[in-house]
Design a protein around this ligand. Structure first.
Ligand SMILES: Nc1ncnc2c1ncn2[C@@H]1O[C@H](COP(=O)(O)OP(=O)(O)OP(=O)(O)O)[C@@H](O)[C@H]1O
Ligand SMILES: [Mg+2]
Length: 330
C-alpha cells in the first residue's frame, strides 16, 4: 500500500503548433514522459523556466487536460474520464489555485457567496449550515465578515488569494495544485499567503503540487522538488538536497541565481545560448547546447532519469559518469 495520493506514470502531452504565417502544423511536446508522485500530507514543487511544461503537468494531474500517453493515478485509481460523474466527485477532492485571483473570482458576486458556491452545487446541508461553513472557512484563511460581504475588487491582492483558497478548501479537498499561487502578489504579501498555505496543510493534512519558478518560495514550502526542462524532468528529489547539492547542471544554474542565508554565496552561473524552445528541440539531451559540462554523447543520446546513490533522480550523462564529483556546499 502506497501513501502517494497522486502518481503520474510516463505522462506525455503534445500540441500542434502552426509555424510561420502559412506554415504547416508541427507537434510540440509540452510534457514528455513525466513520472512523479505526491505523498500524502507533503508538498512536491515543480520548477523550471517558462514553457517547460509545469502548468500542463498540473492540469493533467487534475484531469483538466488529457495526456497523449501515460497514466494519472489519484488515491490508487486511474482518473476517470473528464466530465463524467465519477470525475466530478473526484474533482471535489482535488482543487486548483491559479496565479491571478481576480480572474478566478466572479466580479459581481460577494466573496461569501462564491465560497459557498461549491456547497450549493453539491447541495451539502441546509442553507444556513452552508453559510456558516463558508464564513468559518473564510475566518480560517484570515478574512472577516466585512471581507465576506465584499466584492472581489474591494479586496487587496493578498485578500483575494485568501478568498480563492477558501473557495478551494470548502469542499475539503485532499490535494491542491497551486500554479504560481503567489507570483502576482507583492513580496511582502507572498510570505503571508505561503505561511497560510503551510498552516492549512498542517491543520488539514493537505497534499500539495506546488508550481513555481521562484526557488526562494520552493525552498520554504516544499519537501520534494522536480526540475523540468523542455517538458522532461531533469532532476527529482528532496528539496534540501537538490538546493544544497544540485547534480544536474541546469538545477545548479537555477540554484546559483538564488541567494541563501547560511550558505556560501555561489558564483552565479549564466547559461549560454537561447532559452528553451519546444518548437526547436535539440537532439540528445535537450539541455546540451546550453550546458557548461556537455560532452559529445550529450548531443546524440537523451540521458535517462536514473537514481543516484543518494536517492535523487537525475537525467545527466555527466552526473552518472561521476556522481562523487558533485559539488556540495554544505
Ligand atoms: N493549449 C495549448 N496549445 C498549444 N500549446 C500549448 C498549450 N498549452 C501549453 N502549450 C505549450 O506547451 C509548452 C508548455 O507550456 P506550459 O504552460 O505547461 O509551461 P509552463 O512551464 O507552465 O510555463 P510558464 O512558467 O510560462 O507558466 C509551451 O511551449 C506552451 O506554448
Ligand atoms: Mg505555467
Amino acid at each position: 500500500m502506497t501513501d502517494n495520493i497522486l502518481e503520474l506514470h510516463g505522462v506525455s502531452r503534445s500540441y500542434a503548433m502552426r509555424r510561420g504565417l502559412f506554415g504547416h502544423k508541427i507537434p510540440i511536446r509540452a510534457v514528455d514522459d513525466v513520472s512523479l508522485s505526491v505523498t500524502e500530507g507533503r508538498t512536491l514543487a515543480l520548477v523550471g523556466e517558462s514553457g517547460s511544461g509545469k502548468s500542463t503537468t498540473g492540469r493533467i494531474a487534475l484531469g483538466l487536460e488529457r495526456p497523449n500517453g501515460g497514466r494519472v493515478i489519484f488515491r490508487g485509481a486511474d482518473l476517470p474520464p473528464v466530465d463524467t460523474l465519477p470525475w466530478r466527485r473526484m474533482r471535489a477532492q482535488m482543487q486548483m489555485i491559479y496565479q491571478d485571483p481576480l480572474a478566478a473570482l466572479d466580479r459581481r458576486l460577494a466573496i461569501v457567496d462564491q465560497v459557498q458556491g461549491p456547497l450549493d452545487v453539491h447541495d451539502v446541508g441546509s442553507v444556513s449550515e452552508r453559510r456558516q461553513k463558508a464564513l468559518a472557512i473564510l475566518d480560517a484563511v484570515g478574512l472577516n465578515a466585512s471581507h465576506a460581504s465584499s466584492l472581489p475588487h474591494e479586496l487587496s491582492g493578498g485578500q483575494r488569494q485568501r478568498a480563492v483558497l477558501a473557495r478551494a478548501l470548502v469542499t475539503e479537498p485532499l490535494l491542491l495544485v497551486c500554479d504560481e499561487p503567489v507570483s502576482a502578489l507583492d513580496v511582502s504579501i507572498q510570505a503571508q499567503v505561503v505561511n497560510l498555505l503551510m498552516d492549512l496543510q498542517q491543520d488539514l493534512g493537505l497534499s500539495l503540487l506546488f508550481i513555481s519558478h521562484d526557488l526562494k518560495v520552493v525552498r520554504h514550502v516544499s519537501h520534494d522538488m522536480a526540475v523540468m526542462y523542455l517538458g522532461r524532468i531533469v532532476e527529482y528529489g528532496e528539496t534540501n538536497l537538490l538546493l544544497s547539492q544540485p547534480a544536474h547542471p541546469y538545477t545548479e544554474a537555477l540554484v546559483s541565481a538564488v541567494p541563501a542565508a547560511g550558505r556560501r554565496t555561489r558564483q552565479r552561473i549564466l547559461l549560454k545560448g537561447e532559452p528553451p524552445n519546444p518548437a526547436a528541440r535539440p537532439s540528445g539531451c535537450t539541455f546540451h547546447p546550453r550546458c557548461p559540462v556537455a560532452r559529445p554523447v550529450c548531443a546524440s543520446v537523451c540521458p535517462p532519469l536514473a537514481t543516484l546513490p543518494d536517492g535523487r533522480k537525475v537525467a545527466c550523462h555527466a552526473a552518472h559518469a561521476n556522481p562523487l564529483s558533485m559539488k556540495g556546499e554544505n
